[in-house]
Design a protein around this ligand. Structure first.
Ligand SMILES: [Fe+2]
Length: 376
């Protein structure tokens, strides 16, 4: 479908326009001109001759209206030259619903049921049609019930074909939309991953922590009974948990040795800074990431930051991230410590259950034993 304005110039279907009806041309319509029309193909020769004898040849200038939506259907047309458009200003203003070319028929439903026209027809180019009036068609069909049945059969058949075509078209469109949505989602997630790695690269040049931690979060979510889709969401959202470190100065983030009280306060702001960075998104993954960024350093006993939330006040996803974040920090080499053995790190998780960490999630994590090879 296209914009009406570009093809119809200054013509307006809403206001005063060139009068409809076209110009009758002198040379008579031959029955042979009607035989190629599928709808009339079943009519016997005398009937076609009679219809042709009463048919009128019409010519329309560009922009001229053949008939208007809502008009009484008193004739049908066959396009013999040029190009016309089908428009429905009441429901689809500004859109061309269909283009009609030589051999196309329009107005046929109106002559069969005498209902008001469903759409307006407007000439795009200098166009010519053959017009068959309802009263002539009625007379011919009344005299030949077999031809009437044949004509209705043809109409029903073309309607069925049109419905099938529409269904095929819709199905193709749906699969294209699904494909594009998946592409878009993949590019969004790639951006998210790149952004998360960029934030992390200042104090974790390998990016292993972020990858391994987010995969453990997704596994813990599955172990806790969440769906595959929820686990995928957690996988991506958890990778942004420390994105607020982007706002922490090097002298604090990269400092070797313990932080002083003022430096520690600055470090703690990576939670709120990350949440602000991610705030206001329509994406469910980014909204979840915002929650995680703000609350992943809250502790089960209420001694965490930034808000001192306690127990189940801390969002479930953030409690999961806390378990995996603490564990992964323990089993990672850091400038100030060597990596712990897995068993020692799991013992530490057990010790922190109920104080720092959600005791149920900590127990589940220990029971399932994280698969560190998932990051390789
Ligand atoms: Fe953090």
């Amino acid at each position: 479908m296209e914009q009406l304005g570009t093809t119809l110039g200054a013509t307006s279907l809403g206001g005063p326009t060139i009068p409809s009806g076209g110009m009758g041309l002198d040379h008579p319509v031959q029955p042979e001109e009607l035989t190629g029309i599928e709808l009339l193909a079943g009519l016997p020769w005398p009937a076609l001759r009679e219809l042709a004898g009463h048919a009128r040849r019409c010519e329309f200038r560009p922009g001229e209206i053949v008939f208007r939506e809502g008009d009484q259907g008193d004739s049908m047309h066959v396009v013999t030259r040029g190009q016309l458009s089908v428009v429905r200003p009441s429901r689809d203003p500004g859109l061309v619903l269909q283009r009609l070319f030589r051999g196309d028929v329009f107005g046929e439903v109106g002559v069969l049921n005498a209902a008001p026209r469903l759409a307006s027809i407007v000439a795009i180019d200098q166009s010519e049609t053959v017009e068959v009036r309802k009263e002539d068609l009625d007379r011919v069909l009344d005299a030949d019930p077999k031809a009437m049945r044949q004509m209705l059969g043809t109409l029903a058949f073309s309607l069925t074909l049109a419905k099938e075509e529409l269904a095929r078209h819709n199905s193709k469109l749906e699969s294209k939309v699904r494909e594009r949505t998946a592409d878009l989602r993949e590019s969004q997630l790639e951006l998210v991953r790149r952004l998360a790695h960029a934030a992390e690269s200042r104090d974790d040049s390998t990016g292993i922590h972020i990858t391994r931690m987010s995969r453990m979060c997704a596994q813990l979510a599955l172990d806790a009974g969440m769906s595959e889709a929820e686990a995928q969401q957690i996988l991506h959202a958890s990778s942004m948990h420390d994105i607020g470190k982007i706002a922490i100065p090097d002298r604090v983030l990269l400092k070797e040795g313990p932080l002083g009280p003022e430096e520690w306060e600055i470090m703690k702001t990576h939670t709120t800074a990350g949440a602000q960075l991610l705030a206001g998104s329509r994406s469910p993954v980014v909204r979840m990431a915002e929650v995680i960024a703000r609350t992943h350093h809250e502790k089960w006993d209420g001694t965490g930051y930034p808000e001192g939330l306690r127990g189940e006040e801390i969002p479930l996803v953030a409690r999961m991230v806390a378990v995996c974040d603490v564990f992964d920090a323990l089993v990672s080499d850091r400038p100030y410590k060597a990596a712990w053995l897995v068993d020692d790190a799991l013992s530490e998780i057990e010790d922190l259950a109920g104080s720092h960490l959600d005791p149920d999630l900590a127990a589940l994590f220990i029971a399932k034993r994280p698969d560190l090879r998932a990051a390789e």
